[in-house]
Write a protein that binds this ligand. Sequence first.
Ligand code: MN
Ligand code: MN
Length: 321
Amino acid sequence: MNDEFFHPVSGFDLPRFAGVPTFMRLPHVPQGHERWKDVQVGLIGVPWDSGTTNRPGPRHGPRQLRDASTMMRAQHAVSSVRPFETVNCADLGDVGPNPADINDSMDRITAFYDEVVKAGILPLTAGGDHLTSLPVLRAVARKAPVGMIHFDSHTDLFHSYFGGTMYTHGTPFRRAVEEGLLDPKRVVQIGIRGTMYDEEDRDFAKAEGIRLILIEEFHRRGVEDVMAEAREIAGDGDTYVSYDIDFVDPTFAPGTGTPEVGGPNSYQALQVCRELKGVNIVGADMVEVSPPFDPSGGTAFLGVSVMYEILCVIAGQLTGS
Ligand code: MN
Ligand code: MN
């Protein structure tokens, strides 16, 4: 049993709908807090969507995800992991972006994550649009390139938009490969589908050795088989997990900017996370939850459910169980 300071508020002590919402009802430990040095997993909000090219809104994601996350309980139903009692988890607060300046925002985000990494805290991020992953990777992969298991309808490997704009939510992993943050041979993208502009992103993936698992193959082979290959591609090295909520079929996750039909259901959305067991995770994110398109709150609830799944795998990893 870890330090009680890091235990979430129980629904038996204070009803879930009451109190100030932090991620999973964990203590709020902002930078400079005396317990910052004791945190092992930091849940971080990045309320930023300046990379969005179509329907906006993920800047409102962290706040709605925090609210929905008060539904999470102490124990995983299948693995029996009790993440909050085995590793010190905390809500590190939000990274404040500059909504009028993309590069300044990225610098602010990277600076924050540099401190997180320096403190030995494993970051679990709630975005934000998918450009969020780039400044996070700049900190997480500062010493050496990392592998990545990426769930998404889209590759986010495009070169540029609007004739030369390099930083959008369609380009983060192209930049990450160019900047030496990702080892493309250890990157797998799962769930790719939807109508296309062209094959430019897929050509880049092929040239770099990035493995794309299109949705047809995902459905044909099933979760376990696909994820066994994903674990093999990631290998034993440091690996980042990036989860775009539009990976999931819009029936289950309509609250996102760029939905694509024909995707996994909400059960498969959780299953892929359970199959991450054995991967050496150094950071993870949940991005593209857009509350303005999520009037029921169901997309945010799925988003935090996925975060809880990943957190349980990380807890098992950090405790060697
Ligand atoms: Mn994406
Ligand atoms: Mn996407």
